[in-house]
Write a protein that binds this ligand. Structure first.
Ligand code: ATP
Length: 603
């Protein structure tokens, strides 16, 4: 760590601890030692280089000073590396300075359970990489800043403060935890469907909305207060709308005569007729909440190859592309590689449609890949039912899984649902076996999963786990590092032996899922961090601390949990010496057999 960064850290700690001198030399935080090499307490460094600070973690350290965000975030080398600031459950006071926004790489800012006060800086909105923001149980006041640009935000906790004003706009698509209860917020609650219970909003006497069974008073002003300019603007929109409709009608009339026949015969699947209407216009069919939001980029692409290829599933044999466009669609989530919509049909059928973003694969390669994937069938792999592919647009259709994903199960979104050790072991074994099957089937085609993570493990009706989105990531050596997998495999994927690396990468990602199952902690987008945390705990010989508390209290066998942890650690080995998927299956099955035996022998 460079001297400037070290000195700033020392300054930061000084103020954080109210000028308390670090308790002993091994604690660090002095200008005579190095934060990484000398392993300062509360500092976690990049495990590869051991020379840049990634996290500052002081949870429950009885600190009672202030946060000097300028000292921390105005130093370029620190700002560029710091991912996590975790100061929960201390006694830290004062305001948060706007300079916090210079720590642009922050994914977690956890300040809950302190004495912070004052307004939250509007600059928080600039922390575009944030996944978790916890300011709960403090004395923050004033309005919440608008954080709607932080589209990856998964957790926002602001309960028990003194916040005022309305709840600002949020991008709720990725939020899985949200709480603003017990403040002084007012006005309408945003439309969060049933994703968050009323308890997340309670304790704000002036908040209103269906969820609180407290209707909001109708706004009278709306029609009264329309200004002249607004009238002009709206009439402009209406005129433009009418012109577009007229243009579309003209074009449709013309096209009807010259029926195009461009769909090539398809050996694997039945192909529906060329779409002749809906997508001839430009872009999004989007009205209010529940309309289809798919867009076809141009009339040209719609006519040239607008066929929906229905794969061999009989469930959707009559499905037509236009049905898909017409049905109401709801945005479920926006991931790194695309967007997922829930589409509900009149006959009650519910489908999940994945719209893939920025995939430079050619149309032919895409089609071929889909057909290969369709041939590899396994009960624990979610098969695509159909797909659509044009130059600019790639859609995949899956059966919608009502029970959600392993991610949401671990996150505790499914209320009151226990997730016991035996079930976790079954999930691990089934996913490993399914992955082994797919690797075996698709090895010669070089198609690995490419994006294995707990949000891509769906739970079927009977809670059977199944791998979803297999093979939707092409591992392309030419491709930029931005396409790299979430689990920090960039450098690996950039190396030459790409296909084999992709299979190895799947093993790594599977190891991360095992760690999630064992620890109950989630690493969405932060795989490297969970693994380094586990490594550090194991290194310090507090191994049992790693396990999910609910597993310990359930009395799960420590020995078998340790054995599974060993498997996970082998899988997340950063060198390429990872076990093969078949070895992983064998190891997990041995643990599972022991578990089954012990259950039989139970009194
Ligand atoms: N078939 C499905 N049925 C129901 N929910 C699904 C289905 N497939 C995915 N989901 C859920 O929808 C959400 C968005 O999925 P999506 O795959 O687009 O994003 P992601 O997995 O977070 O990121 P990425 O783009 O990297 O795959 C996730 O919570 C996922 O668990």
């Amino acid at each position: 760590v460079d001297d400037g960064a070290r000195d700033s850290l020392v300054e930061f700690y000084k103020q954080l601890s109210n000028n308390n001198i670090p308790p002993d030399p091994s604690f660090g935080w002095n200008s005579t030692s190095d934060p990484c090499k000398n392993q300062w307490k509360g500092v976690i460094c990049d495990h590869n280089t051991n020379s840049v600070v990634k996290r500052i973690v002081f949870d429950n350290f009885s600190l009672s000073g202030f946060v000097n965000a300028s000292a921390l975030c105005n130093v370029q080398s620190l700002a560029a590396s710091l991912n996590v600031i975790n100061l929960i459950l201390n006694n830290i006071g004062g305001a948060i300075q706007a300079d916090i926004a210079n720590c642009k790489q922050l994914t977690r800012l956890l300040l809950g359970g302190n004495q912070f006060s004052g307004n939250l800086p509007g600059s928080l909105a600039m922390l575009g990489n944030l996944k978790q923001l916890d300011i709960s149980n403090n004395r923050f006041s004033g309005d919440l800043p608008g954080l709607s640009r932080i589209s990856g935000l998964r957790m926002f906790l602001a309960q028990k403060n003194q916040l005022t004003g309305e709840i600002p706009e949020f991008d709720f698509s990725n939020l899985v935890q949200f709480n603003v209860s017990n403040n002084f917020l007012k006005g309408p609650i945003p439309d969060v469907k049933d994703r968050f219970p009323a308890s997340c909003f309670l304790g704000n006497p002036e908040l209103c909305g269906d969820i609180l069974q407290k209707p909001c008073p109708r706004e009278k002003k709306k029609s009264k207060g329309v200004s002249k300019n607004q009238i002009l603007m709206y009439s402009g929109y209406i005129a433009l709308g009418l012109a577009i409709v007229a243009l579309i009608l003209c074009r449709l009339k013309k096209k009807k005569g010259e029926k195009v026949d461009s769909a090539s015969p398809n050996k694997v699947a039945s192909v529906d007729n060329v779409v002749d209407k809906p997508s001839v216009t430009s872009t999004e069919f989007k009205t209010e909440v529940s309309r289809s939001e798919f867009s076809i980029h141009s009339a040209e692409s719609a006519l040239a190859s607008s066929s929906l290829v229905v794969l061999t599933s009989p469930a959707v044999s009559d499905l037509k592309f236009e049905d898909l466009l017409r049905a109401p669609a709801e945005l479920i989530g926006r991931g790194k590689h695309g967007t997922l919509y829930k589409v509900i049909f009149e006959n009650g059928m519910v489908l999940a449609v994945k719209r893939i973003k920025d995939w430079t694969i050619s149309t032919d390669d895409f089609k071929q890949r889909m057909r290969r994937l369709d041939q590899a069938k396994h009960p624990n792999v979610l098969q695509a039912l159909a797909f659509y592919c044009s130059k600019h647009e790639k859609l995949l259709v899956y059966e919608y899984q009502l029970n959600g994903s392993l991610f949401s199960l671990l996150q505790g979104n499914r209320k009151g649902q226990k997730f016991e050790w035996a079930s976790r072991l079954v999930v691990a074994a089934k996913i490993a076996e399914a992955l082994a099957f797919m690797h075996q089937e698709l090895h010669s085609d070089g198609i690995a999963h490419g994006n294995l993570k707990s949000s891509n493990i769906m739970l079927k009706k009977n809670m059977e786990p199944c791998i979803s989105e297999y093979g939707l990531m092409v591992v392309d050596p030419q491709e930029s590092s931005s396409s790299a997998n979430v689990n920090g495999l960039k450098t690996m994927q950039q190396t030459k032996d790409n296909a084999s690396n992709a299979f190895k990468a799947d093993i790594y990602c599977f190891g991360v899922i095992l760690l999630e199952l064992l620890t109950g902690k989630l690493v969405q987008n932060e795989g490297v961090e969970l693994t380094s945390w586990v490594h550090s705990v194991v290194r310090e010989e507090w191994t049992v601390e790693v396990f999910d508390k609910s597993l310990i209290s359930e009395g799960a066998s420590e020995e078998r949990m340790l054995n599974l942890l060993q498997v996970a650690i082998k899988c997340v080995n950063h060198s390429q010496a990872r076990p093969s998927i078949n070895q992983v299956v064998a190891m997990i099955n041995t643990i599972k057999e022991e578990e089954d035996k012990s259950r039989v022998n139970e009194p």
